[in-house]
Design a protein. Structure first.
Length: 125
């Protein structure tokens, strides 16, 4: 008994199918990336002295103190804090870096870009 092979001749059907699969794959990746970036939370961070004041506030210092080096043990980023009634102090927030967030210091320095493919710099907290 003979087996028969069927071919489309010039392979156009196969090329078309591969093209459709590639287009659908690209559409899925773009949709996921777009949805991920829409969900990015914007968070403000303050570089603060690590010791909390008696009234529950933290003293804000220049961002450079939270950018590494030997002094990083005394300073850290405080994410999501709010300004206190005393000038130069903040309250609330957390030292845990939020996931999937665009983090910017109150002075405008971008600490981390959240979302699809986002990667951050900065640290100390």
């Amino acid at each position: 008994m003979r087996s028969r092979r069927y071919s489309s001749g010039d392979g156009e059907g196969r090329v078309f199918a591969i093209g459709v699969v590639a287009m659908l794959s690209l559409a899925v990746v773009v949709t996921i990336a777009s949805a991920d970036e829409d969900d990015v939370e914007e968070v403000v961070a303050d570089c603060v002295i690590a010791t909390q004041q008696a009234d529950g506030t933290y003293q804000v210092v220049d961002d450079r103190y939270c950018e590494g080096g030997s002094h990083v043990a005394y300073y850290h980023w405080l994410y999501g804090s709010s300004t206190a009634s005393r000038t130069g102090y903040v309250r609330g927030g957390t030292t845990t870096r939020p996931a999937n967030a665009q983090i910017t210091s109150r002075t405008g320095k971008v600490i981390s870009r959240g979302g699809f493919g986002g990667r951050g710099t900065g640290g100390g907290g």
